[in-house]
Design a protein around this ligand. Structure first.
Ligand code: SER
Length: 337
């Protein structure tokens, strides 16, 4: 990214925002405009040129964000899957209406500036919905982008809707008008993410990070899914790497607008065993919650990310063992020391 480019980050104070802001500031010296519904953590403040606290469904906030020209948006703000099931209408409002506001903002900017604004959108494995465990076993572990897109959560429905909205704004928006500049929309579907620095809130893959962070603090934890539950996961440095690689990819190399990315697929029991290697006295047990289990059961055990590997040379740095030995365990040790 050239130095004169400006990046807008929504949901800046969230898990991905933390890693991304640090990278864009320290590694690339980008100008950052950040927004979040919560106040921005004090360590991030000096890295952002502007921070606006507010709700992305608020037109006034969108108007204010539109005052500074930006070249790329990382739209990270979202209500995750478990929280979304507790208030599906709120999830739709924030996840879909909020995204629509930002797509419109990006389209206006690109029209004004005469060049496409890059819109990087983190979607999720939640867009997949396998109807039952029998079908899931019959299908096999790995799911490709076009398969089983019948989500069982409002969050999954929202993410899939926004992928389609992004595609519409990228390819068809105002197609009746001559020579409209369209946005450059790029989405990736993340697996469950694990960070050493933050703990997610309101997600369903949260049992992975929650097990680790409880163990590191010597607190007991009852995992809310069965030991055999299996989901794809990735550590935060790889998630940031994926966002930046997709952002930097030459447009002509991208043969689709939405890409799976993943790293490894442990069962909950395997995560527990891995944590016990570093924290042998951790008090981790299983107490499955029927509803959250049903959400995990509807998600694929693994996803096929070969399109991302082919089109923008995606490759995770951290496999399961390396994630824990070189990133998670040392960093959480330090964090809770
Ligand atoms: N981590 C998300 C959730 O659990 C899935 O993308 O809701």
């Amino acid at each position: 990214m050239p130095k004169d480019e400006t990046v807008l980050i929504t949901g800046a104070n969230g898990e991905i925002g933390h890693g991304l802001i640090e990278h864009l500031h320290t590694g690339r010296r980008a100008r950052i405009i950040a927004t979040d519904i919560q106040p921005l953590d004090s360590d991030l403040k000096p890295m952002c040129q502007t921070f606006l606290q507010g709700d992305i469904t608020d037109p006034d906030l969108i108007g204010q964000l539109g005052q500074s020209p930006f070249t790329t948006i990382f739209h990270l703000a979202s209500i995750l899957s478990t929280k979304g099931e507790r208030d599906p209408e709120l999830a739709h409002h924030v996840n879909v209406d909020g995204t629509l506001h930002l797509l419109q903002l990006a389209a206006e900017q690109s029209r004004r500036e005469g060049r496409p604004v890059r819109f990087i959108y983190p979607s999720s494995i939640a867009v997949y919905g396998l109807p039952d465990l029998e079908t899931k076993a019959r299908h096999g572990r790995v799911v490709r982008e076009g398969e089983w897109c019948s989500p069982a959560t409002m969050y999954g429905v929202n993410k899939l809707t926004c992928e389609h909205l992004g595609r519409y704004y990228a390819l068809h928006y105002r197609s009746l008008e001559p020579a409209t500049t369209r946005i450059d929309f790029r989405a990736l579907r993340f697996p469950g993410l694990i960070s050493a620095l933050t703990v997610p809130t309101g997600g369903t893959s949260d049992y992975g990070p929650e097990m680790l962070h409880h163990a590191a603090q010597g607190k007991p934890y009852a995992c809310f899914v069965r030991p055999d539950s299996q989901l794809p996961f990735m550590v935060m440095p790889d998630a940031i790497k994926a966002l930046l690689l997709l952002e930097a990819a030459p447009r002509e190399n991208l043969h689709q607008l939405v890409y799976n990315v993943t790293s490894y697929s442990p069962t909950a029991a395997e995560i527990l065993q891995m944590i016990l290697r570093s924290f042998p006295s951790a008090q981790l047990t299983f107490a499955p919650d029927e509803r959250r289990q049903a959400i995990v059961d509807s998600w694929p055990a693994d996803i096929d990310d070969s399109a991302a590997r082919r089109d923008w040379l995606w490759k995770a740095e951290y496999d399961f063992r390396r994630s824990f030995e070189e990133y998670l365990t040392p960093s959480v040790h330090q964090r809770y020391a």
